[in-house]
Design a protein around this ligand. Structure first.
Ligand code: ADP
Ligand code: MG
Length: 226
């Protein structure tokens, strides 16, 4: 149906644009925040000036968060489709997320098989996985930690990615809002992570199933056809 096709094309353009914009913006953000931190250490800075510098740093931090939901962890690479073994990406994102998990008292249990050859866009797939892992970890924050289970396997012609947390969970209503731009229940959330996830999986003709219970936890089941 035509409406749906147009909608998913629009999502593709949005996600590509966002990825390249994020890329370009990351460096100036880092440089500016570095200089402001130096300024903050100046011995001649007045209290009023320090207040302005602190506010600027806070705002930069907010911008950095928005960018990081698109591309902060992923390797800077062009967004071309490659044919490769997806397990390379699983290994890479696993190594990236482990320090973040440890910092939140979360243990990560990974299992994936080694022969997952498919065409995909590397940095988008990486970012998509990281956004899902991050949400799982953040969902267990208020519980003081927990375990994140990640299982990736091949089933017939599909790649099946299962990400399970034992965090705060969601109501039906909350699940229905996932992927809507700027929908976030977190104090410092961007509400852009799941938008990126939905648009990436959508682009790969995959599907996302969410199974969640308030207070108990959430399981994301992603199926990507090969
Ligand atoms: P953000 O993480 O910045 O809030 P996201 O788009 O990544 O934005 O997620 C949107 C919202 O979806 C979150 O604020 C949270 O309420 C909900 N959510 C996503 N993943 C989970 C999860 N694993 N457990 C509970 N809630 C979740
Ligand atoms: Mg998120």
């Amino acid at each position: 149906n035509r409406d749906r096709i147009m909608q998913s094309e629009r999502l593709n353009v949005v996600s590509q644009l966002a990825a390249s914009v994020s890329h370009e913006i990351r460096n100036p953000l880092t440089v500016t925040s570095g200089f402001l931190q130096l300024l903050n250490k100046s011995r001649t800075i007045t209290p009023k000036e320090k207040e302005y510098v602190d506010l600027s740093l806070q705002e930069l931090n907010r911008a950095e968060k928005i960018v990081s939901d698109y591309l902060s962890f992923a390797k800077p690479q062009s967004e071309n489709v490659i044919y490769s073994n997806m397990s390379v990406e699983f290994e890479y994102t696993k190594n990236i997320i482990i320090p973040y998990a440890s910092a939140h008292n979360v243990e990560v249990k990974f299992s994936f098989s080694n022969s997952l050859n498919k065409s995909y866009e590397r940095s988008q797939l990486q970012q998509c996985l990281i956004n899902l892992y991050k949400n799982g970890i953040e969902a267990m924050k208020d519980k003081g930690g927990g375990t994140l289970f990640i299982d990736i396997s091949e089933r017939k012609q599909d790649i099946v990615i299962r990400i399970q947390d034992i965090g705060i969970g969601m109501t039906k209503e909350e699940i229905s809002r996932l992927g809507k731009p700027y929908y976030s229940t977190k104090e410092e959330g961007t509400g852009l992570g799941m938008l990126m996830v939905y648009s990436t999986i959508n682009k790969m003709n995959g599907s996302i199933e969410v199974d969640s219970e308030k207070g108990k936890g959430t399981t994301f089941l992603i199926t990507i056809p090969t």
